[in-house]
Design a protein around this ligand. Structure first.
Ligand SMILES: *Cc1c(COP(=O)(O)O)cnc(C)c1O
Length: 367
């Protein structure tokens, strides 16, 4: 009943990013959009040097680190520019002259990260599954990395292809850096094995316009001093992300979303639910006698982005069309790979996946 009720006003949102936000967070933000915390004005109209904004940044940083179990030894910084800006900002800070950085390629976002770094310095491809069309992720458990590498970069969940890593490389003293834009806080990972993690907020932790950079304090000290202040991680750290004006209202929604994540029971509960959601769709695909075909090898499938094909492109278009008429949006695959993709980030309810699985069965029987 509940799912039907929401359908009249809220669609089943499988958008890849910007993506679904929890309805309770949107409702809460609706009120504070006009007036925040008894101050007579909204956050959008408030100085970023005011106490409420300072408190907000502080809470968001603590919340994020706490949920990642990184309460000591790390900083969480917030900045604009999206995850794509980190593709360039990372090498600016850490790819020093004469050194090389190692990139693990597992999908198109990881390629973009490597391509941007080439403008700054030398890169190497440590592993890649491009030749098999990204159908798996590289096996990186026993990867060997030169001891003088500037860092190793990995994309833990491949949003466009629908794959993910379940094991991560051991890099010794070489910093391990991860783009976790599409799986941060969606599953239990030992975040401590990474020296820096970044994520555009618009998939799992908030709206577009803000990016979280979680960085080991020791690594901050090693960042370049030869680049403009605005590009240095150290600048964001020493100014508590308020060196210049951050997108304050966006940060607020992110902070509310972190509260929501905590209220769900934290990562373990969220992960269990995410697994169940994805399993509903994969079971439908695998049980369809080849009508639906998963794009990724079973053991590398993502719980965040479920990708599959139909027998023809014509039927794929038909699927998207009929789905839209039934209130399911965001299901067309990325233009670079085609097919179908359901992005089922933390805020997508189980009921939406149940409804989609039902629709998939119906569509299959009809065609
Ligand atoms: C969405 C996404 C990006 C790009 O994020 P922007 O914030 O649009 O720059 C980068 N990496 C991954 C893994 C993503 O899912």
């Amino acid at each position: 009943m509940k799912a039907k009720e929401t359908l009249h006003t809220r669609l089943y949102n499988f958008n890849p990013g910007p993506a679904a936000l929890p309805l309770s967070v949107l409702e809460e933000v609706k009120h504070t959009t006009v007036e925040y915390g008894g101050r007579g004005i909204s956050l959008m109209e408030m100085s970023h040097r005011s106490k409420p904004v300072e408190a907000l940044v502080h809470t968001a940083e603590q919340q994020l680190l706490e949920q990642m179990e990184l309460a000591s030894g790390y900083r969480a910084l917030f900045m604009g520019g999206g995850a794509s800006m980190q593709f360039a900002m990372l090498p600016l800070n850490l790819l020093t002259k004469g050194a090389a950085a190692d990139y693990i390629l597992s999908g198109s976002f990881s390629e973009k990260a490597e391509q941007e770094a080439r403008y700054i310095g030398q890169t190497r491809i440590a592993a890649s599954t491009k030749a098999s069309n990204w159908q798996q992720v590289p096996d990186v458990r026993d990867i060997s990395i030169p001891a003088d590498s500037a860092y190793v970069h990995i994309t833990t969940n491949n949003t466009i292809e629908g794959s993910r890593f379940n094991a991560f490389p051991r890099t010794g003293d070489v910093p391990l850096i991860a783009d976790m834009t599409s799986d941060l806080l969606s599953r239990r990972i030992d975040y401590r094995q990474f020296d820096m993690i970044y994520a555009g907020a618009q998939k799992n932790i908030g709206p577009a316009g803000i990016t979280a950079v979680i960085i080991r304090e020791e690594l901050l000290a090693r960042c370049s001093q030869q680049i403009p202040l605005i590009w240095r991680y150290e600048t964001y750290a020493s100014n508590d992300s308020l060196y210049n004006t951050p997108p304050v209202h966006t940060l607020y929604v992110l902070e509310r979303m972190l509260q929501w994540t905590k209220q769900q029971g934290g990562i373990d509960q969220i992960e269990e639910r995410n697994r169940a959601k994805a399993a509903l769709l994969y079971a439908m695909i695998d049980g369809s006698d080849g009508f639906y075909k998963g794009m990724i090898d079973a053991e590398h499938r993502s719980d965040m982005n479920v990708t599959w094909r139909l027998p023809s492109e014509e039927l794929e278009r038909q699927f998207v069309l009929e789905a839209e008429q039934r209130g399911f949006i965001g299901l067309a695959g990325h233009r670079s790979v085609g097919g179908l993709r359901a992005s089922v980030y933390n805020a997508v309810p189980v009921a939406a996946c149940e409804a989609l699985a039902d629709f998939m069965r119906e569509f299959m029987n009809k065609h």
